[in-house]
Design a protein. Sequence first.
Lengths: 315, 286
Amino acid sequence: MTTTDVPAAPDRRARTPGGATERRPRRRREGAAWVFLSPWVLGATVLTLLPMAVSLYLSFTDYNLFDPPRWVGLRNYTQMFTEDPRYWRSVRTTLLYVALAVPLQLALALLVALALKSVKRGKGFYRSAFYAPSLLGASMSIALVWRAVFNDGGTVDNLLGTGGWVNRPGWSLLAVALLTVWQFGAPMVIFLAGLQQIPPELYEAAAVDGAGKWRQFVSVTLPMLSPVLFFNLVLQTIQAFQVFTPAFAVSAGKGGPADSTLVYTLYLYDRGFVASHMGYASAMAWVLLLAIGAVTAVLFRTSRSWVFYASEGDR
Amino acid sequence: MTSLTVARKPVRWRRVALHAGCLAALLVMLYPLAWLLATSLKPADEVIASLNLLPSRLEWSNYSTALEGVNDVSVWRLLGNSLLIAGGAVLGNVLSCSLAAYAFARLRFRLRGPLFAFMIATIMLPHHAVLIPQYIVFNQLGLVNTYWPLILPKFLATEAFFVFLIVQFMRGLPRELEEAARIDGCGPFRSFFSVVLPLTRPALITTAIFTFIWTWNDFFTQLIYLFDPDKFTLTLALRSFVDASSTSAFGPMFAMSVIALLPIVLFFLAFQRFLVEGMASSGLKG
């Protein structure tokens, strides 16, 4: 260590004039970077990291916003998992909702993207028109329309004679899921952009080899589109786990009938902000965080066997 | 010759069938919007009982009733509140996200790699994990029932999705312009504000529009932070409309829904290119 240090010393001294002018701006640029980053750093620590830590702490306490938090150990978690049937109903409702909404939405998005790919005239119009619900669908206005259309005497009741879905425990969640499916435009636009990036030569080569339309879809389109499909799947799944507004609007904030639309976040809202059990709600939030993390990890794991990256294949 | 016309015919038929299919799907898709518009103009007795989409006569009084507002707060006030929050959010996001994005895209600093990875990870983070402590902090500061909790976080680049969007865009800009600016003696701040920011305008517009629409539609945050009816936004007012009124007020309620939806529709019509392109590119580069 010392042997390398000794000959280095005169060398550094010799370079001082040039080195100083070169080094000072670099340090200033590093400083400048932190100035640019400062709002984000403040937000990430004060509004993200710190709250996550606090919420982990609160999940081991009993806290009602007015009295100081009281340490209760794992009781929130044991109560949640063993003594609270509504909690399990909210878990089941959410899983059912994700399983209904995400595959239906993505299948429809892919189907429409495939149809639009071969449309020549009016493609821009269709694309925008199908995309519009993705922007409008998150609004309270549309959620209220949904509640009326799927209510007793609403359009669906009149057409199918099933009665209003929002009042029937077996059907109400389907009405909520259909509102998500209706917003298939966002993943569709991403699919369409992905489809347009597939080189046409691949289809020509497949056609020369005698592949029919279906074979081309299975052997060219699907593998080439798999990264985009994976992106949409991860994004929509994460979002679906956090659904709130439509379930709230359809059930007037109650999650009914018979807890059939009591999605996880609605129950979290009920425990935390209606019943003022902030500790319990924090525990619920952490379980949600871990669950979403686990599901994402599993999706990434399985992706290795079905997502095909073209650049990887070249190597 | 004959073989050519035979070969061509199915192609044309397929094109017609394709358009017919797309248009039919479009009609189903747009039905809820048509229903909303029609119902907002229906007389009270036709809202539920009638299967007819079109009203027998146009009941414009639904709109004058809606303009009176809810809980003695006029629609203009509610509209102003919504605009204030959405406008503040737009300003905050555009400013703070572009600053952070420039550092990530162009400047060198220690921990750049890990911090960038962390920033990406927060895109996936469910809002609920930080919600309760944030609420407690704003509650301690006496800021619950004000607009601060809704606007302030946007000035601290908490919506990492937009940081990422702008980083991706900035990485595509040619470096030569900034280097030229540096040779001319511009520091990082000058070159950010005078060179990079103007070039980033498309990404900033996308950020602004999405922020506006998402904030406008947001319900959960407004629900937990705002209590006073005169601080309500259109979204919150619509919700209390549901609780307060029977089906006889359906017409005015949906008239108000149309008013609440109008800014988004206008934004969409004006900026649809930016929105659709912005969405499309998020999947490919990501």
